[in-house]
Design a protein around this ligand. Sequence first.
Ligand code: PMP
Length: 405
Amino acid sequence: MSFNIDTIRADFPILQREVNGKPLVYLDNAATSQKPQIVIDAIVDYYSNYNANIHRGVHALSQEATDKYEEARQKIQHHFNVGKAHEIIFTSGTTHGINLVAHGFSSLLNANDEVIVSALEHHSNIVPWQMLCEKTGAVLKVIPMTQEGALDMAAYNTLLSSKTKLVFVNQISNALGTINPIQDIIEAAHKVDAAVLIDGAQACAHIKSDLQALDVDFYVTSAHKMCGPTGVGVLYGKEKWLNKLPPYQGGGEMIAEVTFEKTTYADLPHKFEAGTPNICGGIAFGTAIDYLNKIGFHAIATYEHELLTYATAQLLQIEGLTIYGTSSDKTSVISFNLKGIHPYDVGTILDKLGIAVRTGHHCAQPIMNFYNIPGTVRASFAFYNTKEEVDLLVSGVRRAQQMLT
Ligand code: PMP
């Protein structure tokens, strides 16, 4: 499909609405993306026509729902070039996937083993590991960041040793947009036999990742960042690792046989999928992936890069505006502040103009501490945004500056 911005915008019903009497300018895509009609239709279709529990019934509706859910798993498998469908575990999202792996490693780590995180992480890729370290006595090491908001790879290489068991890093920082060199991170970790988990929550809407080529051990992401619904995501794990980890939650679906003396667990992927899942969410996630692939990730990345370059140049013309995260390798996220003005105040005025941005620490307080700031204003662009919307953002920021100084 050729990239036609008008056709694309027409796919998203929410983009037609007004906020505070102004056309909505949605620039909070790093928090969650908007949903095309085709994804909304997939949800309505499930509840209207074949709502039933899966993997359990012999009746037609249950079979239909099961087939569609498993079809979605295969779509996700092929999208991420994963070898086996049962290496894809449905979760409620990135946070769930990370907690599942962290829980599993509590039986594999010993005191004084080391695990490595980066300074650029979302809290959901920090806190579960801290809890793991408290439980096991393992030591958490941190890859430092540079002033530009990139990882200090030389420092990373000095942190790795035979004590390192696990490295967990995001592919793209949600707070700054930095694209991390995950291929190098994975290769270096494997040289010391450490496993690697990549948090793909911010990357999945911008980059199509080949998980076999990356040779990553675990990969987690959320559907809602890539035009799918909230409350569903996936964990990819290499089969050998998923077999090694204990189940995370007990319940229905994840068992082979239950007696009061002993329970045996189901095979992958069901071992990690206790309880009734988000069935329509999983199915609509598959639809979202089809939608994005139809547009094409190359076209998306090219267009978003143009928006990023244009918006960066325009915003930098505003006196007193500082952008945090200036690495040359970044996606369409601009985190900034106006001198002497709290980010929350800028966000509030932009909202009055119909412009949705995020303000605050973006669940990445260590990054804010590094820059010694309370937070930033974050504008994050998707492939359905336009240069005209960038212009509205820039004039809105100028207006906020005038009003607040
Ligand atoms: N990691 C990153 C980099 C994120 O951007 C987010 C969402 N902001 C998460 C993890 C958590 O994702 P979720 O809330 O969907 O579990």
